[in-house]
Design a binder for this molecule. Sequence first.
Ligand SMILES: Cc1ncc(COP(=O)(O)O)c(C=O)c1O
Length: 390
Amino acid sequence: MDGKARTPFRASERIWLSPPDQTGTEQLLLAQVVASNWIAPAGPALVDFEEAIANATGMPHVVALSSGTAALHLACHLAGVRRGDRVWTSTLTFVATITGACQLGAEPGFLDVDQATWTLDPALLDQALREAARARRLPRAVIAVDLYGQPADIRRLGAACAEHGVTLIADSAEGFGASQHGSHAGRGARMTAFSFNGNKILTCGGGGALASEDQGLVLRARHLATQAREPAPHYEHLELGYNFRLSNLLAAVGVAQLSDLDRRVARRRQIFDRYAACLGELPGIAFMPEAPWARSSRWLSVMLVDRDRFGAGPETLRTALEAANIESRPVWKPMHRQPVFAGAFRMGGGVADTLFDRGLCLPSSSGLSDAHQDRVIEVIRAVHLRALAA
Ligand SMILES: Cc1ncc(COP(=O)(O)O)c(C=O)c1O
């Protein structure tokens, strides 16, 4: 690539991995909340947001919370996770999947992912649960993770857990808007956690939710999330809770963002398809698969790079993109390789290791323009051409 072609990349504005994509009604709804003076972790926007989440996911009971991390922490609390319990999850995830369990005193365990979906391997879980049952050391809970918009196979994971009386929690932080076996991502687990962090398919700036088919569980989650205050005129407490509720202000942003969920999913999928069409033919490049029983939201478009065949590895690509003012990111570093979890139980991990070594997440916001996506594609093509010429 010559100097002339490189210049516009350096001069132009930064392309972020997954920045917020506004509908245009956020300001109006926020202004209405301010005018109403419901500037609190309670109010009508929260009710509307919870209703909208229930409608979008089909999960009848929802509590909106301050983050996905808080939702997962509460889910573990409600599953009865206590000091010394085991909690297992997929090793290929963000640390927040397991943070709450560890903070409750659980011992984490990490299982490999399935090559075909990059999510928790049901056959491996089945085997691990049978061995744990024989050793009388079953986990209290298993947390399935929807990865980059690809839903985990809740049907098979749920069946394996049910056989041993283990609670299945879904970390659907990255799965909002996706579906599996004809249901929303995460549906069918005992509890499902969502995230509305700034980089997610829809955002409140920061926020999350816990959903379930079980009204009692969600009522209890709501109680614990508001400092476990008993119904009394004074402050009365029978147990310790959390301050985990979402602000009514942020819920208004969530309502605006959720109003065009279908467009968001369609656009993310279109972006993925365009990357795959424009780059998939290059030697050594492959894209994240989609399970036949699922419809991924393609929250992030993820590419695999075979260093030998492509001529450069994912880190070379990432630095070339960075030099062109484009953010990209390696695939999650597996939890079994994180120093904080040294010595933790693990089963397998080779699939996740390969995905970490070869994977690169590309700019994927539903607000990404074709012109910006072209810039990303051009940089990747240029790296390949340079490698060929070298
Ligand atoms: C898989 C996964 N789990 C949990 C979380 C935590 O969500 P939050 O940032 O809303 O706490 C995230 C994202 O941030 C995530 O990607």
